[in-house]
Design a protein around this ligand. Structure first.
Ligand code: BES
Ligand code: ZN
Length: 856
């Protein structure tokens, strides 16, 4: 167990700091094992604070000197603990003083990848949320904002920090960031890097230098990210009226990075997987993700940096809003319907899963032990849904007016959710007290629908219930914007979309003057993050799939039919209903529909989705049975539609030069779906031919996955021989071999791969590839009845935790559904969770996650 009892931080305990910071000057003498950091910080008394003590955070720092207004501090003039340094108020000047410190840190020993660390010979930083304290003593909290000036001394050729480049000389560079920022947005990069460069002129005429910095050899993989950056900059000007505010914008790609990317002011740092792309090495999905992340981090410049968070409980203020903005951008760029369906798929897979288990928490949590554990699907994705609901409720014009007010009123502030909601109240005159529950109440509301039709009147009754979650046994009704329309039995529209505001536990609605019983088209565009409990008959769903005007509801109707089919296969051993297969065939063959949409209609729910469906139906999920049912359904679909798939596969072949745009990737998605369904029927001959001749990674990887699934004995070695020099492609190789293994072989495949010379725990991408290939890619393998999957994961989490707690804690969420399963599996998983928790020296990160999972 932990040596120090972990401290819980509560939102209710927030107090402003005793001292504000007016100016920060930092000087770095870079050295891999002994970097010196000198800081000069101008503090100014907060006249509203009751106390006068100076509280600084600090972790793993060797203090060399400390001084106040030039006078060195003696040992009895400050108190130093493991993670803090306090100077009593009575030894400090009245109103203002200059703090100077010199500390030494060891970047090479920093395997947590938080603070200043080394990645392939290059120095880089990651300070969000609380990493700056590993660089120097500082009030490391987001409400303390200051301009920074940074001097870097090093012989390395490229020396970067935030803001504008003020000075450069032999072995040194000075960067000056005029915009006050919290320490979590500080960044420094130094290395032997090369840039691809471009320029952007903002609409008010500022000329901005753009650079993407990469390791030598990767220059050819930056063009797409650069283009995405320029399009993001333009989009934010056009849609939100937000312009960039420095003369330079730098992006750096690093190989070892815990997250996807980080929005440091003027110096975004990216996981190389989130920036480097080429047609030969990246899939269409990789391109789409890169575009979204580039946009996301860029958009933070206003939603996060110019306006930041008062404290980490307000994290959704920047993350939820910025995810919403990147989703809007992707929708505008790639097509709103398909993007929306993708977002809902992710929300259900990650956030609904979280909300239904022991880790459920409100979008604005009330307490935490380790803030890194709260960068969750709930804060991000449900946080983004809240913004979307707000926009739908107030309308587009009021939404952008409120945003304008937010930007002008709070520019330079560290703000709160209350501030955000207030700009909407002030713009619209609406009282949003009830709406605020979306931020404070955890759990996914379940809306049950019943309806009746008599004498031309259609009545629909809604009942909403939010289940209990840890620490929140009783729930209030929420304001649910239910976008709905009515469809006639012939598929024509009986009533167009209207947004019904559900605010009560029960609510009814009537429609008069109808000729026939209509089919309700509910939750259009997925207008609220709720579970809709509504069981229309087969014909109604088939009609919605064939005719609804709302593409989300159309897709959802098909998905509901598929889920129903899988559930019947599982519980009644029923074969798929030919009428269902015909309905699916009709949608798949409909050439007026976007191929990307048709691929989504043909895609099967995940194993995890079906497991949750079992729980909802009161059945204990059997991962092995689910695996076989989905496989069998895939084969039935292939049998039923062989002709169509053959035609699609041939007709969608293309000689056009590769473009990662939505139109081309949609066609590839549909064609590769056809390939997958045909593979069990053609002895993998198409997959083999496609693998051998593919000129882009999307097609090669799709064929690779089919061949692995078909048990091809050579393909893994061939792929490795071709790509062993490319880390990002090799991550795919590691992941897919585990994901596509027969469930009974998955754990041993993963074990073998951890012995591969290219496997390393130090690189989070590689570690995630193998572990995620098992836990997410091969659930039946992970849940092997022997418990081998659980033991394997727990063993590796314990190992990784000693080096990199943040990534270990994230991957531990594979256990969050443990209570869904049968008693034997529950015991096996609980045993592993307890084994983790009993480990000596366990990190606060992993200790908090495992104990919440055990208790919740
Ligand atoms: N601010 C985060 C990065 C971050 C997360 C830093 C957690 C420290 C701890 C960044 O803006 C972010 O949200 N990145 C996402 C990608 C984004 C497209 C949702 C990520 O890294 O996954
Ligand atoms: Zn973000």
């Amino acid at each position: 167990m932990q040596a120090d009892a972990p401290q819980t931080v509560h939102l209710a305990d927030y107090t402003a700091p005793n001292w504000w910071v007016e100016k920060v000057e930092l000087a770095f003498d870079l050295h891999p094992t002994a970097t010196r950091v000198r800081s000069k910080i101008r503090f100014k008394r907060n006249p509203d604070a009751a106390g006068r003590d100076l509280h600084l955070d600090g972790e793993n720092l060797s203090l060399i000197t400390l001084a106040v207004d030039g006078k060195p501090l003696t040992n009895n003039e400050y108190r130093k603990a493991d993670t803090s340094l306090t100077v009593p108020g009575d030894t400090l000047p009245q109103d203002a003083f200059t703090w100077e410190a010199e500390v030494e840190i060891n970047p090479e020993a920093n395997t947590a990848l938080e603070g200043l660390y080394m990645s392939n010979g290059m120095f880089c930083t990651q300070c969000e949320a609380e990493g700056f304290r590993k660089i120097t003593s500082y009030p490391d909290r987001p409400d303390v904002m200051a301009p920074f000036e940074v001097r870097i001394n090093s012989d390395l050729p490229v020396l970067l920090s935030n803001g504008n480049h003020a000075e450069r000389g032999n072995g040194m560079s000075v960067w000056s960031d005029p915009w006050p920022k919290p320490a979590y947005l500080f960044a420094l990069v130094a290395g032997d890097l090369v840039a691809i460069s471009d320029r952007f002129t903002t609409r008010s005429g500022r000329d901005v230098a753009l650079n993407i910095w990469v390791r030598r050899g990767d220059e050819g993989k930056c063009a797409f990210a650069m283009d995405a950056l320029k399009r993001s900059m333009r989009w934010d000007e056009e849609v939100y009226g937000r312009e960039y505010d420095l003369d330079i914008f730098n992006i750096v790609a690093v190989d070892d990075f815990n997250m996807g990317a980080m929005e440091n002011k003027g110096l975004n740092i990216f996981n190389s997987s989130a920036v480097l792309a080429s047609p030969e090495t990246s899939t269409d999905d990789n391109f789409a993700r890169i575009e979204a992340i580039i946009a996301h981090e860029y958009f933070h410049n206003w939603t996060g940096n110019r306006i930041t968070c008062r404290d980490w409980f307000q994290l959704c203020l920047k993350e939820g809003l910025t995810v919403f903005r990147d989703q809007q951008f992707s929708g505008d760029t790639r097509g709103a319907a398909v993007e929306r369906i993708g977002n809902v798929l992710s929300l259900r897979a990650r956030q609904f899963r979280e909300d239904a288990g022991p880790l459920a928490h409100p979008v604005r949590p009330e307490s935490f032990v380790e803030i890194n554990n709260f960068y969750t699907a709930t804060v991000y994705e449900k946080g983004a849904e809240i913004i979307g609901m707000l926009k739908r409720l107030v309308g587009d014009d009021a939404y952008y007016k409120a945003c304008d007010l937010y930007f002008s009123r709070h520019d330079g502030d560290a703000a709160t959710i209350e501030d955000w909601l207030k700009v909407f109240e002030d713009t619209t005159g609406r009282d949003l007290t009830g709406f605020k529950r979306w931020y404070t109440q955890a759990g996914t509301p379940r809306v049950t629908v019943t309806d009746s039709f008599k004498d031309g009147t259609y009545q629909i009754d809604f009942e909403q219930v939010t289940p209990p979650t840890p620490g929140q046994p009783d729930k209030e009704p929420q304001l649910i914007p239910m976008a709905m329309g009515l469809i006639n039995p012939d598929g024509s529209e009986a009533r167009p979309t209207q947004v019904v505001e559900l605010t009560e536990a029960r609510q009814s609605l009537r429609f008069d003057g109808l000729d026939a019983r209509p089919i309700p088209s509910l939750l259009r565009g997925f207008s609220a993050p709720v579970i809709l409990d509504h069981s229309p008959g087969f014909n109604d769903r088939a009609t919605l799939l064939a005719h609804d005007t709302d593409p989300f509801v159309r897709w959802e109707a098909g998905r509901a039919l598929t889920r129903q089919t899988v559930m019947a296969m599982l519980t009644d051993r029923a074969a798929p209903d030919p009428a269902y297969l015909d309905a699916l065939h009709m949608a798949a063959a409909n050439d007026t529909l976007d191929p990307a949409f048709r691929a989504l209609v043909l895609s099967l729910p995940s194993q995890d989705d079906i497991a949750q469906g079992c729980v909802d139906a009161g059945v204990v999920p059997d991962p092995t049975a689910i695996h076989h049912a989905l496989k069998a359904l895939g084969r039935s679909i292939g049998d039923h539609m062989e002709g169509l798939f053959t035609t699609l596969y041939d007709r969608l072949a293309s000689d056009a030069p590769y473009r990662p745009d939505a139109a081309q990737s949609g066609k590839r998605a549909l064609r590769n779906m056809a390939l997958r369904r045909l593979t069990p029927r053609d002895e993998a001959t198409r997959a083999r031919a496609q693998f051998d001749t593919a000129t882009n990674m999307t097609d090669q990887l799709a064929a690779f996955a089919c061949l692995l699934e078909a048990g091809d004995p050579q393909v893994a070695a061939q792929f490795e021989a071709q790509w062993h020099g490319d880390r990002l492609v090799m991550d795919k190789w590691f992941m897919l071999q585990v994901a596509q293994a027969e469930p009974k072989d998955a754990v041993s495949r993963a074990e073998i791969l951890t012995e591969h010379p290219d496997f390393t725990m130090k690189n989070p991408n590689r570690f995630r590839a193998v572990m995620g290939g098992l836990t997410g890619g091969n659930p039946a393998g992970f849940h092997d009845p022997s418990g081998a999957g659980y033991r394997f994961l727990a063993t590796w989490l314990i190992r990784l935790d000693a080096a990199n707690p943040q990534t270990a804690a994230r991957l531990s969420t594979a256990f969050e559904t443990w209570k869904r399963y049968d008693a034997d599996r529950q015991t096996l998983m609980r045993t592993e969770l307890e084994r983790i928790l009993d480990t000596d020296g366990l990190s606060r990160d992993l200790a908090e996650m495992t104990s919440r999972m055990l208790e919740g």
